[in-house]
Design a protein around this ligand. Structure first.
Ligand SMILES: [Zn+2]
Length: 424
């Protein structure tokens, strides 16, 4: 769920392989480099707290950068949850928290050389906490939990309204019309609320990933004015209820029609498809791709054995025009491949860049050119096609529709409720 103009941040597997979440050299280089950026918090906290990953997967240690006051406190789990009295520090540099055999160890710039031992869960707070090597601020507290003999999980605990201010920029961008940004704020708020309840563990919510596996989260200071206004103007507004929020899926460009979520994308979702005449201005409204047939046969091998030559392709679409099945007629018979599998296999094995990828399963035609031999694909849209079409939301806003009308179009029949209140 990433808007086309803004690539999602990706932390490489290589960093994780070292057992350290971040490259300390980069962090130290930043601090030696001089004045840190100003810390501004034009944020108005509100709503439930979310737990957001710092980096994907378990690790042995986590590094944070600090330049000023911060506190450390131990957290007790069930049956008597609580927080110890925070210890106050003032430091500049890197805080390192490491999982050991029996406890967590904290190494901080002003502390003892061999660090200090903490129980299995601790909380770090500080207005100047940052992701090392980046200017990105950490809004909220960092919680670290030892999950095994030498593994830990580190998350940011942040309230939902603050979190949204770090989602709208990478997911939509500050240059979208205000009413589209407001619709995006309601959709992203609903989606985060729903996802946090998935596979809930004991007393805590699921950790949200900060990539497009959930929603891209990239806090920046200062928060662009349009984004702050869009979040504040829709404060507390959610599709569904607190107990049953709707995972309000969205995508870049539908190409003319969105699709029903059920049965293929999310069997339990009430989101229905809708015609969308509003996203024609998107550069992804129509696109073409060409693939060599031998490469295509290799890419599709995990799903089907195809014996050359291929003599025909046939698309079996749903009511929105997306391919439910692609039929490939070849020397050995007919192979039937699901539309989503067809797209993901090509994107994984045959297309290395966005310019080469199948951007959606809304395929208009697959045409053979036996003289090359290759297949030419004509398609429309970018993304899964469920829920709000972001470029369509922009088109509706430019035609004068407000965010409530935009939401009613893409999430028809689903009520917007205001679950928490006025600005503080
Ligand atoms: Zn659209």
């Amino acid at each position: 769920m990433t808007f086309e103009a803004e690539p999602a941040p990706r932390l490489t597997q290589g960093l994780l392989a070292t057992g350290t979440l971040f490259v300390l050299a980069a962090c130290l280089g930043y601090h030696l480099g001089g004045t840190p950026p100003p810390t501004l918090h034009p944020l108005r906290p509100g709503g439930p707290e979310l737990r957001v990953e710092i980096a994907p997967g378990p690790a042995r240690e986590v590094a944070l950068s600090i330049n000023g006051n911060f506190t450390l406190s131990a957290l007790r789990s069930l049956p008597s949850p609580g927080e110890s009295r925070p210890a106050h520090f003032h430091d500049r540099g890197t805080i390192l928290v490491r999982a050991e055999l029996r406890n967590l160890r904290v190494l901080r710039p002003g502390g003892p050389a061999d660090g200090e031992a903490f129980p299995d869960r601790l909380r770090i707070r500080g207005a100047t906490l940052r992701y090392p090597g980046r200017r990105e601020p950490i809004w909220g507290a960092v919680e670290v939990e030892r999950t095994g003999p030498e593994t830990l999980e580190a998350v940011v605990v942040v309230d939902l309204e603050t979190y949204l201010q770090g989602v709208l920029l990478p997911e939509m961008g500050a240059r979208f019309p205000l009413e589209a940004l407001k619709a995006q704020a309601v959709a992203a708020r609903s989606y985060a609320l729903a996802r946090r309840l998935d596979t809930r563990r004991a007393e805590r919510d699921r950790v949200l990933r900060r990539s497009d596996l959930d929603q891209v989260y990239r806090p920046e200071e200062p928060v662009p004015e349009a984004i702050r206004i869009a979040v504040d103007a829709t404060r507390g507004e959610v599709l569904g209820t607190l107990a049953s929020p709707i995972p309000a899926y969205y995508h870049s460009t539908c190409g003319g029609a969105t699709r029903d979520a059920a049965p293929h994308f999310d069997p339990t979702s009430p989101i229905r498809g809708a015609p969308c005449p509003y996203c024609r201005a998107s550069r992804y409204f129509r696109w073409e791709r060409r693939y060599p047939l031998d490469g295509l046969i290799r890419a599709l091998a995990p799903a089907a054995r195809i014996a050359p030559p291929i003599t025909a392709f046939q698309i079996e679409p749903d009511t929105s025009g997306r391919a439910v099945t692609v039929r490939v007629t070849h020397a050995g018979g007919v192979a039937r491949i699901g539309g989503d599998a067809f797209r993901s296999l090509i994107n994984r094995h045959l297309a290395t860049s966005r310019e080469e990828q199948l951007l959606s399963t809304r395929l208009d035609a697959l045409e053979l050119d036996p003289s090359q031999p290759l297949v030419q694909v004509r398609g429309r849209g970018w993304g899964h096609g469920v829920g709000m079409c972001q470029m369509g939301a922009a088109g509706m806003a430019r035609e004068g529709h407000d965010y409530r009308r935009i939401l009613a179009h893409y999430y028809a029949g689903l009520p917007v409720n205001r679950l928490w209140g006025d600005l503080p």
